[in-house]
Design a protein around this ligand. Sequence first.
Ligand SMILES: NC(=O)C1=CN([C@@H]2O[C@H](COP(=O)(O)OP(=O)(O)OC[C@H]3O[C@@H](n4cnc5c(N)ncnc54)[C@H](OP(=O)(O)O)[C@@H]3O)[C@@H](O)[C@H]2O)[C@@H](O)CC1
Ligand SMILES: [K+]
Length: 487
Amino acid sequence: MPIRYLTADAVRDAEHAAGDLLANGTLMRRASHGVAQVVIDELRRTGGCYGRQVGIVVGAGDNGGDALYAGAALSRRGVACTAVLLAPDRAHRAGLAAFGRAGGRTVETLAGGLDVVIDGVVGIGGHGPLRPAAAEVFGQLTAPADGGPVVVAVDIPSGVDADTGQVHDPAVRATVTVTFGAPRNAHLLAATQCGRTVTVDIGIDPTGTDGDTLSSLTDDEVAALWPVPAPADDKYSQGVVGVIAGSARYPGAAILATGAAVSATSGMTRYVGTAADDVVSHFPEVVAARSLADAGRVQAWAVGPGIGTDDDALELLRDILSTDLPVLVDADGLTLVARHPELVDRRAPTLLTPHAGEFARLTGDELGPDRLAAVRDLARRWGVSVLLKGRITLVADPDGAVLGNDAGSSWAATAGAGDVLSGIAGSLLAAGLTPARAGAAAARVHAHAAELAARDAPIGASDLLAAVRPAIRALRRGHPTSATRVP
Ligand SMILES: NC(=O)C1=CN([C@@H]2O[C@H](COP(=O)(O)OP(=O)(O)OC[C@H]3O[C@@H](n4cnc5c(N)ncnc54)[C@H](OP(=O)(O)O)[C@@H]3O)[C@@H](O)[C@H]2O)[C@@H](O)CC1
Ligand SMILES: [K+]
């Protein structure tokens, strides 16, 4: 099953459904136990619990209650816990009493020398940035990388919007975020602000929620989706992709996109364009033609990188989009679509793959902080699938379903990386994957390839291209992380 991310409303619905069946406070007890366990694990990794120092920042709601009960559990393990109450009159009463009974102390401000700080300021009830009192407490902390305390956020790092992932300023930056039942949208959309996310089972059933979904594929799911030749397959039956990219003057995009298509799946890759000679000299297996009339049949097209935006490019794009084949449109192709949106008024699957700037060109508006709503809205209005590039890639279908992918690093932020993504996703479309799955699976392999190529040093798109096949291999063998990260 894909990992499903929930909005705050969906979380509350699931919590109410479970809460009706459970004794008062059961969910909070389970949640706080999960938080305490994560803190204990952090302390044990660095020498044990007894005598260690944990600071807790407590807001006015149940998020603070979770933190206080976690503090009580930690105090019983011999951890010295101090809590700053941001709103003393509104702090969770029973949680505060339990904290005090277990030996926890309330203080005006956090002392230095803490091992862990627990962020219990706000969770799914939060809105806007950290207010001044909380901002002051967190502003005084030394960053973990400089020897400061590990920051464990309860549910959501405070100051991060649970639904949109917008990181307000100021907001807590967590080392670990402990959430309950199912991850919230923010855990994907603001993954870097959340640090490692741990989801604790508290006995709620988040699968009953309906409406627009945000999900991500697991590595195992991407591996299982990846097209590989079956015993009866030949070079045609696996899906032939046609790449239209680059030019004789600028062959780079042609080589990168076509090379990525060759690496991503078996079967056949065709190329159409004036860079045909360059492409074939790099990849002799590509069947290249200079014009569409001379190209053979394909099952999907990937068109756009480096094709220019003149009338010839427009005519070519028009011809491609008037077919009934799946088409991926990228880069210059998107600039043309922005000028002529009617081109994508078609029945066959269409996948647009803009970065933020191209997205703004398509919509006429700058991309705001709510990337999820923006990509969903464009997909819905235009009736196409839209892959919005970035550290967190989002692929929206016209029905509102969105698949996301956290690249885990930003090594792929390099010129030409988008051309590689086009080639991979285009070949997956030709193999019969839906646009959303093709986009999300391509983004995952692209991200793993970037990490594999980089190994902590900068890379160019050629390095990324060379790592596509090893990344697919590692994914299919079930160890993408150990294969792609430096020990
Ligand atoms: N429901 C359940 O079954 C379970 C819930 N659980 C836990 O409860 C959490 C939700 O609790 P919640 O609903 O009490 O809201 P919560 O996030 O604590 O904060 C709301 C308060 O904060 C305030 N506030 C808002 N923005 C702010 C800001 N920027 N900076 C500062 N303050 C701000 C706002 O006050 P006001 O705006 O009125 O001043 C309001 O009073 C959830 O995330 C999970 O941790 C778990 O125990 C599992 C079971
Ligand atoms: K929090």
